[in-house]
Design a protein around this ligand. Structure first.
Ligand SMILES: Nc1ncnc2c1ncn2[C@@H]1O[C@H](COP(=O)(O)OP(=O)(O)O)[C@@H](O)[C@H]1O
Ligand SMILES: [Mg+2]
Length: 245
């Protein structure tokens, strides 16, 4: 059976900045692929290519074996690609419930009572039922992250793209998020970009490390984290940050 997602030789640059360099990877159903790499490595841009927000200069994206490279963002949402954004993008004045309902209705194609029930079910699964009537813009950070996940889940995606949803959370909150992601993985393929590497090690089945759009390591989480090239890049990034800070 074809993997849910297959990225084949994705290549893209913005002027001299390379965000994808002959990048290939696959994700199966019920699998969570972690993506790591320093800031500016091209991770979010790769999500933009997978979601159809930007086009690759070469390479293809396959969903369930079907070439979707030419499909629009909207078509890809309908075909089952859900994503969260690094900076949460809820409709701030709508309630948490209304945000999830909007996704269930417009992206997920549900109507009336069925959409209402489904939206509540998602709020329940993401631990947001108690906040259903709060304006999304007034939610604390963990709940905004949960809402970002809830909106993507309301699309009933086959492929879920998570962009740094653990950043800024406390250790206990990261633990809750990992638990939630592991609990939804059965019916999905997940790609999770994350700097909080211990969260990835707990949830991901495999990790791909990228730098300047190029894959530098791929394998079991513990092997990739121990990889010499990965350690060098992370140490380098930390030294840069220390020099700036
Ligand atoms: N639409 C764009 N136009 C020009 N440059 C971009 C665009 N999107 C991203 N970039 C640049 O590409 C590089 C990689 O960005 P990004 O994919 O967001 O990296 P990451 O998510 O790994 O931190 C950055 O230098 C960023 O400024
Ligand atoms: Mg990013």
């Amino acid at each position: 059976m074809a993997p849910v997602l297959h990225a084949d030789g994705l290549t893209r640059s913005f002027g001299s900045i390379v965000v994808a360099d002959d990048l290939s990877f696959s994700v199966d159903m019920s699998e969570c692929l972690g993506v790591i790499g320093p800031n500016g490595a091209g991770k979010t841009s790769v999500f933009n290519i997978l979601a159809g927000a930007i086009q690759p200069q070469s390479g293809k994206v396959f969903l369930d074996g079907r070439d979707i490279t030419a499909c629009s963002q909207f078509e890809r949402t309908r075909l089952g690609i859900g994503r969260t954004y690094q900076v949460p993008r809820p409709f701030g004045l709508l309630t948490a419930f209304e945000n999830v309902l909007t996704a269930a209705t417009f992206g997920g194609g549900r109507k009336g009572r069925e959409a209402d029930n489904f939206a509540f079910e998602i709020l329940d699964r993401t631990g947001l039922v108690g906040r259903a009537d709060m304006a999304a813009g007034s939610l604390p950070l963990l709940d905004r992250k949960r809402l970002e996940l809830a909106r993507a889940m309301a699309l009933t995606p086959r492929l879920l793209l998570l962009d740094e949803i653990a950043g800024g959370l406390t250790e206990a909150e990261v633990g809750q998020l990992v638990e939630l992601i592991v609990s939804i993985k059965k019916d999905l393929a997940i790609v999770w970009i994350e700097h909080v590497t211990h969260a990835l090690q707990a949830a991901a089945d495999r990790i791909v490390a990228i730098n300047t759009g190029r894959k530098i390591a791929e394998g079991l989480p513990q092997d990739v984290m121990a990889d010499a090239a990965v350690q060098e890049i992370y140490m380098g990034a930390m030294l840069d940050a220390a020099a700036v800070g």
